[in-house]
Ligand binder design. Structure first.
Ligand code: SAM
Length: 306
């Protein structure tokens, strides 16, 4: 067995020498499953904070105990965000450092916190983020989907009609779509995606990230439901679901041009097909000639294989 021992004490000392202003709200990301996924800076700030505002005091007490921390906790969940923001503002004005955490990952991302941050800023007090785990970003980073843009959707409405209405608004977006989903809804959700989006779009089901049964499965949307149903374990745990975006306008135009060329090539020689396609599409004849040659070679290859 290999043992990896890393001495982080020098970095901890360096962080301890950095400035963490008082009267400041620190928005601290915490692990999404693996206790090891917390940054040294976050640990330092949690240790420095006068109090920690959290979604569920029991959860946060347990998490802090894992790091040997015991701090006064303030309940700040979705049902009391406004009132807890008022309390936090009073304490910040008195010069305290307050850390804000959620149950898992980055606060205010499909989690409470946004209203508190908004009200603290409106009161003229500083807010500092401590970057760290986010299920959406973890899933995107290991998805293999190639797209610089993504649209974070989070949880879809539970009611089928409302869910479909939201999905319809996303149908033509070229960005990768990022959803969160609970295990008891994952089949319904994938069924809903299948009924709205093109069946050949790639889907990524990222389950239990950073945990023991972590699994990242990519397949065409049309195969996703069968994959989930093939093993009931695949429907367990927490999910991030990524869906490939709509084809770019350029891809759609290229596909249309290919269709035109393919039809013309059935009826006429390459040069004439390119000339006619140029008249039909307004594109350059030389480029269309080269593309027509490629299509013809590919279709000859297909015929040889057949
Ligand atoms: N604030 C969190 C973040 O930064 O990702 C998200 C909190 S949201 C209430 C919880 C949802 O995030 C879960 O239902 C699931 O969709 C997703 N999630 C959280 N942890 C996850 C994990 N370890 N693996 C996959 N998805 C996860």
């Amino acid at each position: 067995m290999t043992e990896s021992v890393t001495d982080v004490s020098a970095i901890m000392h360096e962080v301890a020498r950095q400035t963490f202003l008082s009267g400041t709200l620190y928005v601290v990301a915490t692990p999404i499953g693996n206790v090891g996924d917390i940054t040294l800076r976050s640990l330092h700030v949690l240790g420095l904070a006068d109090a920690i505002a959290c979604e569920d005091t029991r959860n946060t007490r347990n998490l802090l105990a894992r790091y040997g921390l015991n701090k006064p906790l303030i309940a700040a969940h979705q049902h009391n965000e406004r009132e807890s923001a008022d309390k936090l503002i009073a304490r910040l004005q008195a010069g305290e450092r307050i850390a804000l955490v959620s149950d898992a990952g980055t606060p205010a991302v499909s989690d409470p916190g946004a209203r508190i941050v908004n009200m603290v800023q409106a009161a003229g007090l500083p807010v500092v983020p401590l970057a760290g785990p986010s299920a959406a970003i973890a899933a995107l980073s290991a998805s293999g989907l190639i797209n610089d843009r993504f649209q974070f959707v989070g949880f879809l409405p539970a009611k089928a009609g409302q869910r479909e209405t939201v999905l319809q608004t996303l149908l033509s977006l070229p960005s990768t779509l990022v959803f969160y989903e609970a295990p008891h809804r994952i089949i319904d959700m994938v069924t809903a995606l299948t009924s709205v989006f093109e069946p050949q779009r790639e889907i990524v089901l990222a389950r239990e990230l950073s945990k023991l049964f972590e699994e990242i499965h990519r397949c065409p949307l049309q195969d996703a439901q069968a994959w989930l149903e093939a093993d009931s374990n695949r429907q367990k745990g927490e999910f991030v679901v990524l869906l490939e975006g709509a084809p770019e306008e350029r891809d759609a135009r290229d596909a249309q041009t290919d269709r035109i060329l393919a039809i013309l090539l059935e009826e006429c020689p390459v040069k004439q097909a390119a000339t006619l396609a140029a008249r039909l599409t307004g594109q350059k004849k030389n480029a269309l000639y080269d593309r027509a040659l490629e299509l013809k070679a590919a279709s000859a290859g297909d015929n040889r294989l057949a």
